[in-house]
Design a protein around this ligand. Structure first.
Ligand SMILES: Cc1cc2nc3c(=O)[nH]c(=O)nc-3n(C[C@H](O)[C@H](O)[C@H](O)COP(=O)(O)O)c2cc1C
Length: 394
C-alpha cells in the first residue's frame, strides 16, 4: 500500500514535468527538439500506457480458457522473459516452454525459467474457478525434457470467486524502499499455505540473519556484474526506452525499478544508460534500498533442485506467496543473485564460494532455490510490459 512517507498525491503530466523542473515554456521549446523526442520516446507522459500494458487492463473480461491464459501472462518470470506459449481448447490448455526466451549464463541450468513457468501455471489455475472451470493439472506430460510443461484439463463447474484472483493485476515485483516496520511471524506464515512435496519455505528474520543474508546479496550482485558474460546476459533484457518496451513487450523497464515519480520521470528523460552504469545502479540499489529496507527474507528450499517438476511446483508456490502478500498489503521483491552465482560457479567449474555461505544461513541439508525480500511498501509497484494472449496462444 502507498505509505505516509512518500508521494501520496496522484501524479499528473503537468505535476511530473513541473517536479522535474520542466515548465510549460521548456516543453513548448522542446517540442521539436531532442528533449521533446526523449519525452515522447521514454513514455514519461504516459507511464503504464500503450499496447504493452493492455494485458493488465482487459484480462478480467476475457471469459473461458483464453481468460485463464490472460491471467497466466501477468505472472512473474525471470527478467520478464515470459518463456511460455499455450495451445487453448475448450476442454484443455497445453502450456509449452519457449526455448528461445532465456537469460543465458544468469540461469545456466534453466531453473529460474521453469520457476517462471510455474508462476504462470499458478495464475492460470487460479483464474479457472471464477470462469466456471475446474482445472486438472498434469505436470510434464511428455517427461522432464518435453517442450510441454503442463496439460490443464478443464471441466465446467459453477463459477466461484477467489480472493487471489482479485489481486492478480495488483501483484508487482516491488524494488522500491520498504518501511522499517517488522512483519509478525504469524503474518509471514499466513503467506505460504500448504507446501508441495519436496519444497519448503524458510523465513530469515531478525537483525543478525537479515544482515548476513543482505551482505551475501550485495556480494553476489557485485560478483555478477564483475562476470562479463553474466553482466551482458543480464543487460540484454533491459528495455531502455518506451519504444523498446512497446516493441518487445517484455524485459526489465524503468517503471519496474521502484523509483519515486520524481526519480522515474528524471530517469526517463536522461539518456539511456550503458551496461556499466546499469550494473552500478543495480549494486547501489541492492545495497542502499533493497537490503537496507528488507523486513525479512523468504527462501524457498528443496532437496531436489534439479528436478523440473520441483521447479514448476516451487514457481507455483512463489506466485501464490506473492499473491497472498499483495492481498495483505505486503510488498515482495525476488532477489536471486546468490543462487545465480551458485549455478554460475557450478557451470564454469569455479570454486564454490557462494553455496557454502548461503548454506550456513539455512537449516542443515536445505538447498536454496529462490530468494525474496518482503516488507511494508513505501510505494506500490508498477505494471511492466506483457505480450498479449493473441501473441502467445493459438
Ligand atoms: C524465477 C524468478 C527469478 C527472478 N529473479 C529476480 C531477481 O533476482 N531480481 C529481481 O529484481 N527480480 C527478479 N524476478 C522478478 C522479475 O524480474 C519480474 O517478475 C518480471 O520483471 C515481471 O515483473 P512483475 O513481477 O512486476 O510483473 C524474478 C522472477 C522470477 C519468476
Amino acid at each position: 500500500m502507498p505509505s505516509t512517507l512518500d508521494e501520496p498525491r496522484p501524479v499528473t503530466r503537468r505535476s511530473l514535468l513541473r517536479g522535474i523542473g520542466l515548465g510549460a515554456a521548456t516543453v513548448a521549446v522542446a517540442g521539436t527538439g531532442v528533449l521533446g523526442y526523449r519525452v515522447y520516446d521514454s513514455g514519461v507522459l504516459d507511464p503504464g500506457g500503450g499496447p504493452a500494458h493492455e494485458p493488465w487492463h482487459d484480462w478480467r473480461d476475457i471469459p473461458g480458457p483464453r481468460g485463464a491464459v490472460a491471467a497466466a501472462v501477468l505472472a512473474a518470470s525471470p527478467h520478464n522473459t515470459q518463456p511460455w506459449t499455450f495451445v487453448v481448447r475448450a476442454d484443455a490448455i497445453q502450456m509449452f516452454a519457449d526455448p528461445t526466451r532465456t537469460t543465458g549464463s544468469v540461469d545456466p541450468f534453466s531453473r529460474e525459467r521453469y520457476v517462471g513457468l510455474g508462476c504462470a501455471l499458478e495464475n492460470l489455475t487460479i483464474a479457472c474457478g471464477p470462469r466456471g472451470l475446474r482445472p486438472d493439472v498434469t505436470l510434464l506430460p511428455d517427461g522432464p525434457s518435453g517442450a510441454r510443461v503442463a496439460r490443464v484439463g478443464l471441466t465446467p463447474e459453477p463459477a466461484r470467486p477467489d480472493p487471489l484472483h482479485d489481486v492478480i493485476d495488483r501483484r508487482h515485483t516491488n524494488r522500491g524502499p520498504y518501511l522499517p516496520d517488522p512483519i509478525a511471524p504469524a503474518d509471514l506464515a499466513a503467506l505460504a499455505g500448504p507446501f508441495p512435496p519436496g519444497v519448503d519455505l524458510h523465513w530469515v528474520t531478525g537483525p543478525g540473519p537479515t544482515t548476513a543474508l543482505g551482505t551475501l546479496l550485495v556480494d553476489a550482485a557485485e560478483a555478477l556484474c564483475a562476470d562479463e558474460q553474466q553482466s551482458v546476459d543480464n543487460f540484454a533484457w533491459f528495455r531502455a526506452s518506451n519504444d523498446e518496451a512497446q516493441a518487445h513487450r517484455d524485459g526489465l523497464v524503468l517503471d519496474g525499478q521502484g523509483l519515486s515519480p520524481f526519480e522515474l520521470g528524471a530517469a526517463k528523460l536522461l539518456p539511456a544508460t550503458s551496461r556499466a552504469e546499469g550494473d552500478r545502479f543495480w549494486v547501489a540499489r541492492t545495497r542502499d534500498v533493497h537490503v537496507a529496507t528488507a523486513a525479512a527474507y523468504g527462501v524457498i528450499t528443496t532437496t531436489t533442485p534439479d528436478d523440473r517438476g520441483t521447479q514448476l511446483e516451487a514457481g507455483r508456490l512463489l506466485q501464490r506467496v506473492h499473491l497472498h502478500a499483495t492481498a495483505a498489503g505486503i510488498a515482495l521483491q525476488h532477489m536471486n543473485q546468490v543462487t545465480e552465482r551458485i549455478d554460475r560457479e557450478t557451470s564454469t567449474g569455479a570454486p564454490a564460494t557462494f553455496a557454502p555461505r548461503f548454506a550456513a544461513l539455512l537449516p542443515p541439508g536445505a538447498t536454496p532455490l529462490l530468494t525474496f525480500r518482503v516488507g511494508r511498501p513505501v510505494r506500490d509497484g508498477r505494471p511492466t510490459p506483457r505480450r498479449s494472449v493473441a501473441m502467445v496462444a493459438s
